[in-house]
Design a protein around this ligand. Structure first.
Ligand code: CA2
Length: 153
């Protein structure tokens, strides 16, 4: 019975792009000391409290991220595209192509970093963009996703 209740909850797809598997292991001054597993474990708990079902993929492959977007039955996407933010027309096209609302998250404040990080191929299509909050940005995006779903119903 619990499975049945869970499976009727709206799904949020959380995507993390290239190199985010290194979180907590390198560059803690920029990206913080927590591992990606630790951050995502917390997000699963927060999702349950918000009445959401979370599905997560981290991939270093642009193709795998795009295939996952094409295949998803989620209602909202939360994505930290990593370095693909600044390069990938294909990732933008995939998100626009499935016509799902999405929230873009960056752990660091990309606008306070190198000029090549200031432009995102996704931001103008996003429902919201969270930069510089560290892992809190994912939590805020989940709350925004929950609100988006409430407004839809
Ligand atoms: O601030 C963010 O979340 C970024 O999306 C992270 C990307 C970077 O290319 C974007 O400009 C901003 C980099 C992800 C790599 O993450 C690492 C984590 C720890 C150690 C090394 C890389």
């Amino acid at each position: 019975m619990a499975t049945r209740v869970l499976s009727t909850l709206p799904k949020v797809l959380l995507l993390n792009g290239p190199n985010l598997n290194l979180l907590g292991r390198r560059e803690p001054g920029i990206y913080g000391a927590r591992s990606l597993d630790d951050v995502v474990d917390g997000l699963y708990e927060e999702s349950a409290l918000l009445g959401l079902r979370l599905e997560h993929l981290q991939s270093n492959s642009e193709a795998a991220l795009i295939d996952c977007i094409h295949a998803t039955d989620a209602s909202v996407v939360v994505i930290n595209p990593g370095g693909l933010t600044h390069t990938s027309v294909a990732l933008r096209d995939a998100l626009v192509g499935v016509a799902l609302p999405f929230f873009e998250v960056h752990l660091s404040n990309i606008h306070a970093r190198e000029p090549f990080r200031h432009h995102s191929y996704l931001s103008d299509k996003a429902s919201g963009v969270l930069v510089g909050f560290g892992p809190l940005g994912y939590s805020l995006a989940l709350r925004a996703a929950a609100q988006t779903l409430q407004e839809q119903n």
